[in-house]
Design a protein around this ligand. Structure first.
Ligand code: SF4
Ligand code: SF4
Length: 410
């Protein structure tokens, strides 16, 4: 694609980066076929090709409008288009740049600014845990739709002391997962312990930065990344820790791109590169030990008709498909096939709150496809997808590591 950038764009780092990405796009439109928002809305401007064109126009000097902003907002950042694109267009990085530039030029309505601020501050606040627990306590009094969103409190079970294991890895303490689904971290610790790997949580590290980054506060997100790097790096450099395990693929995808996000920070870029080299999805850690783990599993405790929904942040961002599926099969699960497994479930971070209609439509479509397999359990590997899918079904939705943990012979 030919471009004719405005002077301000030609002279800025972001403009030049965006230009290099834009030039790879040949406008073929293959990406339209796999874009969830285009499938739902049928508007070219809510497709990857349309959004690329909007960003190009802004870089060429056209003033963005509120409509431009809304078309970019409606993108789930699922990166399905990247998987499909034959020209290697890095749409995800381009839309980040486009959003940042449009955000500076177009002021959002007051209510929207307040909503985004509340989401950014609320979900990462120390008050989130007590507020969520209060909601769980009165869950039975809430309307059915809210009851499903406010997941029932589940017993985390006994968490083993794993400090004695020779191999040690770091586990992300995260922001919402320990409060909303503490069973995922507990299951991760037990499953890793079963294959001889101990886990540690580092004080000082926190949210990976994804929430702030995707809610228009990229500067706060970069600060969170630096804080995490400062907390993790000494342990990695000491040689006591061999990896950082991610059991939420949304966080994993974000941390795996720390070096990209900190590319203009001469001090933190080399540090971020070390962190990125040590980030592993939980499936990457467990897969080499599948045979050993299988000997510790009672097959009778595994579900009979499980399905696995691969999160976009696992399959399209990190390109890790079908590692998790292969691992589950090796552990003795018979995964049931279903159609449209490449398509987003509509969760996408805060998207389900900011774009509830599109999000619900995609969730219901995903559940329809999953239900075609008549599953007794639906599995995934990202807390956002798990909670979002569970809000629309009575079939249990779990992280796969919880399902494996429940089948461990103690
Ligand atoms: S598939 Fe790739 S090259 Fe084709 S229009 Fe989409 S982004 Fe551009
Ligand atoms: S990231 Fe997803 S929603 Fe956004 S344009 Fe690409 S395929 Fe469509």
């Amino acid at each position: 694609m030919q471009t004719n950038l405005a002077q301000w764009a030609r002279e800025s780092d972001l403009g030049q980066e965006a230009d290099a990405i834009l030039r790879r796009c040949v406008h073929c439109g293959f990406c339209q076929a796999t874009c969830p928002t285009y499938q739902v809305l049928g508007d070219e401007l809510d497709s990857p090709r349309g959004r690329i064109y909007l960003i190009k126009e802004v870089l060429e000097g056209k003033e963005p409008t509120r409509a431009t902003q809304q078309h970019l907002d409606r993108c789930l950042t699922c990166r399905n288009c990247e998987t499909t694109c034959p020209s290697g267009v890095q749409y995800g990085h381009l839309v980040d740049i486009g959003r940042q530039i449009v955000e500076e030029k177009v002021e959002r309505p007051r209510m929207e600014r307040v909503q985004r601020l509340l989401l950014r501050k609320g979900l990462t606040s120390s008050l989130f845990a007590p507020a969520y627990k209060l909601g769980q306590a009165v869950r039975g009094l809430l309307p059915a739709s809210l009851q499903r969103k406010m997941l029932a409190k589940r017993d985390v079970g006994v968490i083993p002391h794993t400090a004695g294991q020779t191999r040690q890895i770091l586990i992300l303490s995260g922001c919402v997962q320990p409060t909303m689904m503490p069973t995922i971290d507990a299951a991760t610790i037990r499953v890793l312990n079963a294959i001889g790997i101990g886990t540690q949580v580092v004080a000082g590290a926190g949210c990976c930065g994804a929430l702030n980054f995707h809610l228009d506060d990229q500067s706060a997100a970069l600060d969170q990344m630096r804080v995490n790097i400062d907390a993790w790096l000494p342990l990695i450099e000491s040689g006591k820790i061999e990896a950082i395990v991610m059991n939420a693929s949304g966080c994993g995808a974000m941390v795996a791109e720390y070096a990209h996000h900190l590319r203009h920070d001469a001090v933190y870029l080399p540090r971020a590169e070390i962190i990125v080299a040590h980030v592993r999805d939980i499936a990457q850690i467990v897969a080499p030990h599948a045979e050993l783990l299988r000997t510790k599993i009672d097959p009778a405790l595994l579900p009979e008709r499980p399905v696995f929904h691969p999160p976009c942040t696992l399959q399209h961002w990190q390109g890790l498909r079908p590692l998790s599926e292969q691992l589950m099969e090796k552990l003795g699960m018979r995964l049931q096939p279903f159609t449209e497994s490449h398509l987003c479930c509509g969760s996408a971070g805060a998207y389900s709150v900011l774009q509830p209609e599109i999000s619900k439509s995609l969730r219901d479509r995903k559940l329809e496809r999953l239900n075609e397999a008549q599953p007794d359990v639906m599995m995934s590997s990202n807390i956002g997808c798990i909670g979002h899918l569970q809000s629309g079904t009575d079939t249990p939705v779990r992280h796969w590591v919880e399902v494996v943990d429940a089948a461990l012979v103690t």
